[in-house]
Design a protein around this ligand. Structure first.
Ligand SMILES: [Zn+2]
Length: 166
């Protein structure tokens, strides 16, 4: 096998007709032998609830004939060209271009709110059991460490919130 052959993972378009909002999704990732991601892409098409049945059938037929996203990425297709395939040549109007970026909207304030939402009883237990409480964001891997005095402050907030509810 040639070392030029790269690993790839791809999923052909899958329709989810049982969902209230019918949609199709296709994703692909192209990985080099050194495990680096060389290219990745995908599309999601959501059918409007009022779509005409013949139009929906046209798109469903086009999706079955659409190459895997990985193939299209390797072939240098633009996102617009991928959608041309997936929509079976229907007229396509690009309303906006967005550059994807790696971002997470977690913050110390949001994590604090989450800890308060756990309630006073849970916070009391954390304070008695640990010196510090690490909270790890599974999405961006940021770790927030809460010192005991910060947990006491959050406990006061939780107690105030619980008294406000009763
Ligand atoms: Zn995060």
């Amino acid at each position: 096998m040639s070392s030029r052959i790269w690993a790839w993972a791809s999923h052909t378009a899958v329709l989810f007709p049982w969902c209230r909002a019918k949609f199709a999704v296709s994703l692909g990732v192209f990985v080099r032998p050194d495990q680096a991601v060389a290219a990745a892409g995908g599309f999601l098409i959501q059918f409007h609830a009022s779509i005409a049945e013949d139009l929906a059938e046209h798109i469903e037929q086009a999706l079955t004939a659409t190459p895997a996203v990985t193939t299209m990425v390797q072939d240098g297709c633009t996102p617009q060209e991928m959608l041309q395939h997936a929509l079976g040549g229907l007229p396509l109007q690009v309303l906006r271009h967005v550059t994807p970026m790696w971002a997470c909207d977690c913050s110390r304030a949001r994590v604090s709110e989450t800890l308060v939402a756990l309630g006073a009883q849970e916070l009391r237990q954390m304070i008695t059991e640990q010196q510090e409480v690490p909270v790890h964001c599974e999405f961006c891997t940021t770790e927030y460490v809460f010192a005991p005095q910060e947990l006491v402050q959050l406990l006061h907030e939780a107690l105030a919130a619980e008294q406000g509810e009763s």
